[in-house]
Design a protein around this ligand. Structure first.
Ligand SMILES: [Zn+2]
Length: 576
């Protein structure tokens, strides 16, 4: 039974090393590839042979990576299918632990190559730097711990994806409840919000338990690798060569100083417009002028068709890319029970093609997600000609520039979905979302800085740290009577569970995206040419160069933040 939305995909580059009919789910078939790679590493006699060997290794990695992605896609599209769960689990439990020491060995052999110093420096310096980091951090004793960690992540996914509520006689998934928070009827919003908050709270102990186990594993992983804290380990492991924990803490301060006043202003306006004495948690998504919710589309096909028309107007390359995704059925976009929550783009590394997953229910947010994930997909398409697997993906800080820029650029054409007045409203909402997300990013990031630099902290200490951050970055919202839900609000942020410290990247990248947008308002074709240039570099150059190629600065100090947030603020004023 094919659990994937797509059938066979056209090959991008024919295999030359991995046998055509190899079962990539069987270790006994995979191991000989690594035996061959180890043996041939020793036999390299020229620079050309080293490069050739790198391509064999690269092809192996792409094939394995695609196998893992296919299993992940099948699992997230069918969280209720035992076979799909089992197949994914098999990969992470049986194959990944065996792959890691073999990959480590190849990295060592590569670094020991006498010919390596003669490889063209500009071409290989990033690869060398990353391979050195891999060797520096690898500890065989961490492999089983990382497997445990991945299994706990899967438990979080399962638990979060399984939650439903009974609302007015119908069973609803939590994402299906989101539209009700945009309803004008305030008691209805409150009812919907309470149902969801209480449903999550019922599982609060389970979420806490999963996280506590993950925390213990992570501290052990860091200690095994010789680090004082998981914070220090994570910065190294995430390959953050161009910024430090102190830079991030300074970013939090900049957000407090430059962005919080804009957020407070927006919330105060919202409260006034709604005619309320105070804003409650269920008052944040509704239109403040009590207009009915924006309904950009009824059917997912309609959402896709209109997105296509947006790309048609933006740029020929983007238009052709999105058409490819539709033709090859590389999209699973509608929400249904049994799908994992959220949205993502995954790359099928061997076909060198992207796949987009999301849970669309008919909201403006879905249009934003569609544009966002399409930006990631364009990034994957832009690097198809790159033969080194490692260079076909960029650091996350830049991946999110690709996606967030597409939200801002695509939003210029929202009239495809709306009347001119509604399009303005949707743009206002999107920019409001950008203002709101920075403080949330600071909260989630600062929370993790706290967690991982306070080993052995108590549950009460952790809660106090969380609440203090909500006070600093939460704006004026009245949570009276819902203190417990507020204290556990972080449970809904999957990154904290699945990808520790992966969140500040969104803030760094949003600054890049705002710069791309600012550029496009001066000269759209030029800005898009830079955008494509940056994307096509994949991960072959360091972050500051990727940003520069895309026409922006890699910097998140007040100097960059201030003018950008000023632009957003004045744009918001125009859209009122
Ligand atoms: Zn993204």
């Amino acid at each position: 039974m094919n659990l994937l939305p797509f059938d066979s995909l056209p090959a991008c580059a024919p295999r030359r090393f991995v046998p055509a009919n190899l079962d990539l789910g069987e270790w006994t078939q995979i191991a000989p590839l690594f035996d061959r790679l180890e043996a041939s590493a020793a036999g390299c006699k020229t620079v050309a042979e080293v490069e050739n060997w790198l391509l064999d290794w690269s092809e192996t990695n792409a094939a394995l990576d695609e196998e893992s992605s296919r299993r992940y896609i099948a699992m997230t599209c069918h969280t209720d299918n035992a076979e799909a769960q089992k197949a994914y689990l098999h990969f992470i439990e049986q194959l990944e632990p065996r792959l890691k020491p073999r990959q480590f060995k190849l990295a060592q052999l590569y670094l020991a190559q006498p010919w390596r110093s003669q490889l063209p420096k500009a071409r290989y310096e990033v690869f060398d730097r990353d391979t050195q980091l891999h060797v520096e951090l690898f500890r065989p004793e961490n492999v089983p711990l990382e497997t445990e960690e991945a299994k706990l992540s899967q438990r979080y996914q399962e638990l979060a994806g399984s939650l439903t509520v009974q609302f007015r006689g119908q069973e609803k998934t939590l994402p299906q409840m989101a539209p009700f928070l945009e309803e004008q009827d305030r008691p209805l919003r409150q009812e919907a919000w309470e149902l969801v908050a209480n449903r999550r709270l019922e599982e609060a102990d389970k979420f806490d338990e999963i996280f506590d186990q993950q925390l213990k594993l992570r501290e052990q992983i860091a200690a095994n690798a010789g680090f004082k804290s998981y914070l220090e380990y994570a910065f190294r492991a995430r390959g953050r060569f161009d910024y430090t924990p102190a830079d991030c803490r300074q970013f939090h301060d900049t957000i407090a100083q430059e962005i919080m006043p804009v957020l407070r202003e927006l919330l105060a306006t919202r409260r006034r417009q709604l005619g309320l004495a105070s804003l409650r948690p269920w008052d944040l998504a509704v239109d403040p002028l009590n207009r009915p919710p924006l309904r950009p589309f009824a059917q997912v096909e309609e959402m896709v068709g209109k997105a296509q028309r947006i790309f048609d107007q933006l740029d020929g390359k983007l238009a052709a890319g999105f058409r490819t995704l539709q033709e090859l059925r590389l999209l699973d976009l509608a929400n249904r029970k049994g799908k994992a929550p959220g949205g993502y783009q995954a790359t099928l590394s061997e076909a060198r093609l992207p796949f987009i997953f999301m849970n669309a229910v008919g909201l403006q947010r879905d249009v934003e997600t569609m544009l966002h994930e399409a930006g990631h997909a364009f990034h994957a398409l832009a690097t198809r000609a790159e033969d080194l697997h490692a260079y076909r993906s960029a650091p996350i800080e830049f991946c999110e520039v690709a996606s967030m820029s597409m939200e801002l650029l695509g939003n210029e054409f929202l009239e495809e979905y709306y009347s001119p007045a509604d399009a303005k409203r949707a743009r206002h909402k999107h920019l409001e979302g950008i203002v709101e997300i920075f403080p949330w990013i600071a909260t989630v990031d600062a929370f993790q800085h706290w967690i991982y630099s306070h080993p052995g902290h108590s549950p009460a200490g952790r809660t106090a740290a969380w609440l203090a951050l909500l006070d600093r970055f939460g704006g004026e919202v009245d949570w009276t009577g819902y203190e417990k839900a507020r204290a556990k609000l972080w449970h809904r942020q999957l990154h904290i569970f699945l990808h520790p410290f992966y969140y500040v990247e969104y803030g760094i990248a949003q600054l890049g995206a705002l710069q791309v947008w600012a550029n496009s308002r001066q000269d759209r074709p030029k800005a898009l040419a830079s955008y494509h240039r940056g994307l096509a570099l994949g991960g072959s150059r360091p972050l500051p160069e990727l940003f520069a190629a895309a026409g922006c600065r890699f910097d998140f100090s007040g100097q960059t933040v201030k003018p950008l947030i000023e632009m957003v603020r004045s744009e918001l004023a125009k859209l009122k």
